[in-house]
Structure formats: structure tokens, C-alpha cells
Design a protein around this ligand. Structure first.
Ligand code: IVH
Length: 676
């Protein structure tokens, strides 16, 4: 808040702050609700950075509703229950026009003869329903549907959804019901990452959305890019006489609405709407599984009331799931980056939901057994929103006599090594680190957009590089030259130049991407970032002993014991160490160190080690020190001048500070130093 004692320039900063907040909110709405951005990601990032910088130098301007405060840093231990203001009931549903006619007839029978009835027909979003509570114009609580009466409180997770306004221009209480969804394109990205990290991909957007809402760490929720679309307002009748007008009013308040509802006056217009919605559903960026037909007038809704289970004024009309039948030609076994063998159905190509499908997921031996799928069988595949089609049933009646039961192989289909099972795991793995399939997949993973982002390195090129023995691990990429690339088929000097440039550019990628790229088991992008924040350089990371790993990572929020163990195993594995050393020798990911020495500012020439629990994530504190010209050490060593100590600082850190003559300061003092 701006007080009278502040100077003009403070006031200007204050209005600059509100202006930036408003601008970012506007662009969030365009991007996350309307799916129609006006500015590039680059311009958006610039706006966002300006806000972060302004708030770093003027922390008094920060409000709880600032876009920078959407993602809380502290994961929760548990979710707690909340009781909904009114039960979240579900809907009666139908797949047929005649039942829809019956519904309309029943509605009319229960109202007076001369009443005009209109219906608000809306897409039925296929996600997870949530309740959102606004008080005094502020978003104060969010919860999952749960059993309809009691849900789980997920306010912090919902705050990360950028399409959800934290403040609205409406001070009366509002209780909204909405669907959390994930856009198909965002799910593709999430699944791509999960596959590469050895996790099962989500079968459909609904699972990804509902799982996302219930995660304990809001930072991970933010990475799912969830979206919300409101479909009901409990106080609707106090805003307007009908559902359709309320939906429009809520849209005007900046709430996330799908804005695809239509008021219809009878079965003909309803059917017209349903047919056109069904036809265009693949063009929507999110999944719908039908439409909801609601009596539009709240007065009539009230008079119709509800049965023991459902409201009498609404019904869900479900679209048929998209299915096709085709022949299972073969079961291919793929070997992933971590050596895990996965069975994939090779199908006679068939048209399904607008695309030609020739492969479908079979997951594992257990799934194949329970489907009783055999090569040559006629199988049903379904794509009810699923990105990866699933084999859902097998027509065993039409089976060729003698069709053999499928068994996963005992040896790796790529290199012939005997496969192994680790401990209790179901997955079979190829244990050969030199397996061409493992190498190929590792290089592909390393080059992905979210890792080292190496353009021009496609799958067929990687195949050639591996087959010709030019590359046996990711570090070898950095030793390629024009001469080596000459031998490749259909690969001219221009392509070679582009590839070499892309590989050289990737050396500048920060450590967190390198860690993601080399792939440590259980360590995804978020954990890679946390690990990089602590290690700062690859050399530091390589110098860690297993005890160091425990000490440095054991206290990090979200870093469970299994993850700590996985990092220790990785760093003590001879072959992994050799790989990291080889990468380090090529000067990869040195950029962060270079940045530290280049900047000048109030902290120039000063070195810091940051420890303990701080008011903001450690990477933000590190970034603030670096931006002010200081350097960051991952541990207190000779030459470390300041130990910035938050809460719960370990005794060893304090002892090291005393021994090395580092001054112990708190976060507020650091802040004062940054402000000069
Ligand atoms: S109205 C009492 N409208 O479908 C009225 N529901 O089967 C309750 N859903 O739990 C629902 N889109 O999660 C309504 N436009 C929409 C919807 C919608 C999706 C979900 C919602 C609800 C379920 C009912």
C-alpha cells in the first residue's frame, strides 16, 4: 500500500507494480482461458521478469495476489478434508436422443402448462471437479469433489492455475464449481517426460488433471499446466435469473469460462447443438465427453428440485467413446533409456478419432495376460480422450486356432543380453549399458527440448551415429566434427554445420538441464533444478561423496530418501562418473559459473553460501545474489565471506562458518546488502 510518507518515485514504482500485475493477469487470461495469446512467450517472460526484479528491489510492494506468489514453495505433508457448502451431486446421464426427449417431457410435466422452458446446453468437460470459494473478492479456498460432501483442501494447488484470478471485482461471497482439465497438448508434454523418466504415462487427460490437483508440492502442480472452467455458481440466483446469463457475468468478472454454452428452446435445437459439438470436439484443445442440458431458469430449477440422487433440472448427454476394431499384427518389444522392456501392439492401420492408428499401448505382461491378447487376434482399441490408444478388448471367439500365448523375451531384442528383474519390480530390463537401443534412447532424451534442447538431432540421425560407432554416449556428441559427419548418408555439409552448431550451443545450457539430460533415476525436472541449485557446478557435484549427498539433499523439501539414495547411487557408479567427467571435460554447463563472475552490483566481490529454511526458495535467493554481482558457494569453504542462515541451520554449517571466518547473516541482512 502507498502511504503519504513515501516519495513520488515510490508511488511511481507502486503504480508500475500494479500495472505489471494487471498486464500479466490479462495475458494469463488470454493464454490459459481463452487459448488466444496476444504476445509471445518471450515477451511474457520479459514482463514477468520485470515484476520479479521490481519486487526484489521493493519487497514492500509484494502482495499475496501477485502473479509471482502463485506457486508456494513448501510442499504439504498431507491434504486435509473440508466439507462443501452444499453437496456436489452428480448427474443422471444418457446416450440417446429418446431418453433426452423423456427428460424434456418430465421437466415440462413438473412445471405449469403455460411455462416457457429454455435449456442452457454446455460442453461436459472431462476433467476433475473442484469447488472454488471467493470471499471479499479474494480466492480463499479450493477443494476437490471428494465423495461429494467432503473433499480435500487444495487451495495452494489451485492458486498455481494461472487462469484462475486470485482477486475479482465482486465482493459478495461466491462459491463456484468448476472442472480442472489439462489440454491435450500439455498432456503430451507431461507424458513425454514421464516416459523418459521411466514413469507410466497417463492414459487420459482426466487422470493427469485429478492426480495433479492432489499433489503435495504446488511447484509440481504448476508444471502440469492445469486449466479451470467454471460451470456453476451456487449464488447464481442472486446474480441473474438464469444459468446462461450467470455464465456470461462470471466471464465478465474474468473467471475462467469455456464460453461455449447455448440457450436452446427444445429438442431440435438441442440435438443440433449436440451434433455440432460432437463433430467439433476434436478441434477443442481439451476433452469433453458429452454435454450437460440444464433448465436455464433458476426459478424453474428451484421448482423442479431433485431426486434422492440427481437434480431433476439437468441431465448429461454422453458421446459414445471412440472405438475401432483391427488386427493385432505383432507385439513389438521396445527398450527404453533405462533399459526397461515395454510391449507395444503393432496394428493393422485403422482410422480412429481423426487419426490413423497403427500402434497401441500394451503396458506390460500382466496386462497382456489379463486381456489374453495373442498375435493375429481381432482387438478393440479405444481413444476416449486418451493420447495413446489402448487395446481394451480381444475378440477371442474369432481367434485363429493355435494362436500362441505371448511371452516377454528372456533376452534384449536389441543386443541379446539376458534381461533381468530388479528386486520386486515387475519391469524387465536390459542390463547392458552399451546396448544400442539404450544408447539411442539416452541420446534422444539428452537432446529433448526440456533437457539440452539440441535441434537437428532426429531419431534416424541418432540411429546412424550409433550404428556407425560415432557416438557411444551423450558425451561423444561433443567430439563430433565435420570429418566424422562426412560418412553419414544423406547428410550434407550444411546439415552437418547446423548440427555441430546446435551441439556447441547446448554447452551453454544450465546445470539443471544437463542433470535432466543425463537422467538420474527418480530425478525429474523439478528435482534436477533443486539439485543444480545446491551443486551450482558440475565439478561440485562430482566432488560429492555419498555422505555429502545425504547432507546436502536430505533436508530439501520434496527430496525423499529414495531420491537422495538414487543421486548417491548415480554419483558413486563408476560408469556414470566417467560419463560426467567426460562431459565436464568438454566444458558443458559452465555458463552459470561464468555468469557469477561477470555481473557487477552491490554484492560484487562478495561470496555467499545460503543455508536453512528461508522465506523464499533457495534458487530465488541464489538468483538475487548473482543478479547483484555476488557469487554463490554450495558449501562454506575457504574464501566464503557470508553464510546466509535461515531457520533450522545444521550445526556443521555454523562450525564451518566459524572455522573459515565467514560472517553469519540472516536473510533480512542479505536483503539490505542487495539494496545497497
Ligand atoms: S453441472 C448439479 N456442468 O460432470 C449440477 N457438470 O456428472 C452438476 N461436468 O460432477 C453438474 N462439465 O464434474 C455440470 N458444464 C458442466 C460440466 C459438468 C463437466 C462434470 C462435473 C460433474 C459431473 C456430473
Amino acid at each position: 500500500m502507498i502511504t503519504g510518507r513515501q516519495t513520488m518515485s515510490d508511488k511511481t514504482k507502486g503504480s508500475r507494480h500494479s500495472e505489471l500485475v494487471r498486464e500479466i493477469q490479462y495475458h494469463d487470461h488470454r493464454y490459459y482461458v481463452l487459448d488466444d495469446p496476444e504476445i509471445s512467450d518471450f515477451e511474457y517472460d520479459r514482463l514477468y521478469r520485470s515484476l520479479v526484479e521490481l519486487e526484489t528491489s521493493h519487497p514492500e510492494l509484494v502482495t499475496a495476489d501477485s502473479p509471482t506468489k502463485r506457486v508456494g514453495a513448501t510442499p504439504r505433508a498431507d491434504l486435509v478434508s473440508v466439507t462443501h457448502v452444499a453437496p456436489m451431486t452428480s448427474l443422471d446421464n444418457t446416450y440417446s436422443e429418446s431418453e433426452l426427449r423423456d427428460f424434456i417431457r418430465r421437466v415440462k410435466e413438473n412445471l405449469a402448462d403455460d411455462e416457457v422452458v429454455r435449456f442452457c446446453v454446455e460442453p461436459k468437460l472431462d476433467g476433475a471437479s473442484v469447488e472454488l470459494v471467493y470471499r471479499q473478492g479474494r480466492f480463499v479456498q479450493g477443494s476437490t469433489r471428494g465423495d461429494g460432501t467432503t473433499g480435500e483442501e487444495i487451495t495452494e494447488n489451485l492458486r498455481t492455475i494461472r487462469g484462475l484470478p486470485l482477486v475479482i471485482e465482486h465482493r459478495d461471497p461466491l462459491t463456484l464449481r468448476a472442472e480442472a482439465v489439462i489440454f491435450r497438448r500439455d498432456l503430451e508434454r507431461v507424458n513425454e517426460r514421464r516416459l523418459l523418466e521411466g514413469e507410466q504415462p497417463f492414459a487420459n487427460p482426466r487422470n493427469a488433471a485429478s492426480g495433479g490437483l492432489r499433489m503435495l508440492d504446488p511447484r509440481e502442480v504448476a508444471e502440469r499446466h492445469l486449466r479451470l472452467f467454471v460451470w456453476q455458481c451456487l449464488e447464481g440466483a442472486s446474480l441473474a435469473p438464469s444459468q446462461a446469463i450467470v455464465l456470461d457475468r462470471l466471464a465478465a468478472l474474468g473467471l475462467p469460462m469455456h464460453q461455449r454454452h447455448k440457450v436452446c428452446d427444445g429438442i431440435d435445437t438441442i440435438m443440433e447443438y449436440l451434433t455440432s459439438l460432437d463433430r467439433s470436439r476434436r478441434d477443442l484443445p481439451f476433452d469433453i465427453d458429452g454435454a450437460v442440458v440444464k433448465v436455464d431458469s433458476f426459478a424453474q430449477q428451484g421448482r423442479l428440485g431433485k431426486t434422492a440422487k440427481f437434480p431433476r433440472w439437468a441431465i448429461a448427454f454422453k458421446f459414445a467413446a471412440e472405438r475401432a476394431q483391427t488386427r493385432l499384427l505383432d507385439i513389438a518389444v521396445q527398450v527404453g533409456r533405462t533399459g526397461v522392456l515395454t510391449p507395444v501392439a503393432v496394428l493393422e492401420p485403422v482410422q480412429l478419432a481423426g487419426t490413423v492408428v497403427s500402434r497401441a499401448s500394451l503396458h506390460n505382461q500382466q496386462n497382456i495376460d489379463s486381456l489374453d491378447a495373442r498375435i493375429g487376434d481381432l482387438v478393440s482399441i479405444e481413444k476416449a480422450g486418451e493420447i495413446i490408444p489402448q487395446v481394451i478388448a480381444v475378440d477371442t471367439g474369432s481367434r485363429f486356432p493355435g494362436a500362441a500365448v505371448f511371452r516377454m523375451p528372456d533376452t534384449c531384442p536389441s543386443c541379446g543380453t539376458t534381461v533381468v528383474r530388479r528386486g520386486e519390480e515387475v519391469a524387465l530390463r536390459c542390463p547392458n549399458a552399451r546396448c544400442p537401443a539404450v544408447i539411442r534412447q539416452s541420446i534422444l532424451h539428452f537432446s529433448r527440448r526440456f533437457a539440452m534442447d539440441i535441434d537437428h538431432l532426429g531419431e534416424s540421425l541418432i540411429d546412424q551415429l550409433v550404428e556407425r560407432g560415432l557416438v557411444a554416449d551423450v558425451a561423444d556428441l561433443y567430439q563430433l566434427d565435420m570429418n566424422a559427419l562426412k560418412v553419414l548418408d544423406r547428410f550434407g555439409p550444411k546439415s552437418a554445420e547446423n548440427l555441430l552448431r546446435a551441439i556447441a550451443t547446448s554447452k551453454e545450457q544450465p546445470l539443471e538441464r544437463l542433470i535432466t539430460g543425463v537422467g538420474i533415476e527418480l530425478i525429474g525436472q523439478v528435482a534436477s533444478r533443486q539439485l543444480a541449485e545446491v551443486a551450482i557446478t558440475l565439478e561440485n557435484l562430482l566432488a560429492w561423496t555419498a555422505e555429502d549427498v545425504q547432507e546436502k539433499l536430505g533436508t530439501i523439501d520434496g527430496f525423499g530418501p529414495k531420491m537422495v539414495e538414487a543421486v548417491a547411487v548415480f554419483l558413486t557408479d563408476e560408469s556414470k562418473r566417467n560419463l560426467l567427467n567426460k562431459i565436464a571435460a568438454q566444458g558443458v554447463s559452465r555458463a552459470q559459473v561464468a555468469n557469477q563472475t561477470q555481473r557487477t552490483g552491490p554484492l560484487s566481490g562478495k561470496s555467499f553460501c545460503v543455508t536453512g529454511v528461508l522465506t523464499r526458495p533457495r534458487d530465488e535467493v541464489h538468483a538475487a545474489i548473482l543478479a547483484a554481482g555476488g557469487t554463490v558457494h554450495d558449501k562454506v569453504k575457504k574464501g566464503t565471506q557470508f553464510l546466509v542462515a535461515g531457520d533450522k541451520v545444521g550445526k556443521s554449517k555454523l562450525d564451518a562458518a566459524k572455522k573459515n571466518g565467514a560472517e553469519i547473516i540472516d536473510e533480512a541482512r542479505l536483503h539490505a546488502m542487495i539494496l545497497g
